[in-house]
Design a binder for this molecule. Structure first.
Ligand code: HEC
Length: 251
């Protein structure tokens, strides 16, 4: 569904919603994701665009602290470029004498978080905590569909709703008022592959990247599952044939 259509659909659903339902969220629409299903995979081009959106937009407030710079080479980014990304941030470490020092980041370091701790993060965001996004697509009901709906679902509040200062209306967020301002706007990033940076496109790509970040080994797990099923199928045929052979003289 196009974004404009979605906006109309949201506005329509809001007019139907009874006043008492304020606070309830809209049902989350299901999107088609290439990484779903038993043979789903993460397309590298979407992952790279998604990482670009994360880096240029979301990483101002959110971390993805469970993945390391080295992991980024798995989405097809050149190793040298990733090394440079890691080296751009100093990391705390211990020297030979066990004294705390700062050193240049290396591939095995976790991706740099924008704030040193939760207190600093809240202080910079009107008291709201921008959560780490590493496991976000697994942590919320609706998973990738929820994160996509949240990013694209900002709209005008229905008449009569009082929006608390510093909050923004979003019918997919549990309380319908979220401290995060709409993070995406048309043409916010420039994709190297020429893909048009619509809100819808950036949201899809960043959700694909976050789904990969939540489970970088998913493709391997699924491939293994398919191999195991194939193996079991062959084994079943072999066992069936040997059973027929062994029992063929027994009435
Ligand atoms: C200017 C800071 C800022 C930017 C940029 C930003 N966010 Fe947020 N985000 C927040 C804050 C603050 C919250 C907490 C909101 C709350 O609890 O009301 C949040 C919450 C979230 C949540 C959690 C919602 C929930 O169910 O709890 C998700 C998912 C999210 N952001 C995704 C993103 C993505 C993806 C991007 C980049 C496209 C992004 N954010 C960019 C500040 C930001």
């Amino acid at each position: 569904m196009s974004l404009t259509l979605r906006r109309y659909a949201i506005a329509f659903a809001l007019t139907l919603a009874p006043a008492s339902a304020e606070g309830d969220t809209l049902p989350i629409p299901h999107q088609k994701w290439p990484f779903e299903g038993p043979t789903g995979t993460f397309p590298q081009d979407a992952l790279q665009r998604g990482y670009q959106v994360f880096k240029e937009v979301c990483s101002a407030c959110h971390g993805v602290g469970r993945i390391s710079y080295g992991n980024l080479t798995k989405i097809g980014l050149p190793k040298e470029a990733v090394k440079a990304l890691a080296a751009a941030h100093e990391q705390p470490d211990l020297n030979e004498e066990g004294q705390p020092v700062q050193r240049k980041g290396i591939l095995s370091d976790k991706i740099h978080a924008p704030y040193p701790n939760d207190k600093a993060a809240r202080a910079a965001n009107n008291g709201a905590l921008p959560p780490d996004l590493s496991l976000m697509t697994k942590a919320r009901a609706g998973g990738p569909n929820y994160v996509y709906a949240l990013l694209t679902g900002y709209c005008e509040a229905p008449p009569g709703t009082t929006i608390t200062e510093g909050m923004h209306y979003n019918p997919y967020f549990p309380s319908r008022q979220i401290a995060m301002a709409p993070p995406l706007s048309e043409g916010q990033v420039t994709f190297a592959d020429g893909t048009k940076a619509t809100v819808d496109q950036m949201a899809k790509d960043v959700v694909t990247f976050l789904s990969w970040a939540a489970e970088p080994e998913m493709e391997h797990r699924k491939q293994m599952g398919v191999k195991v099923l194939f193996y079991l199928l062959i084994l079943t045929v072999v066992l069936y044939l040997s059973k027929r052979k062994i029992w063929k003289d027994v009435e």
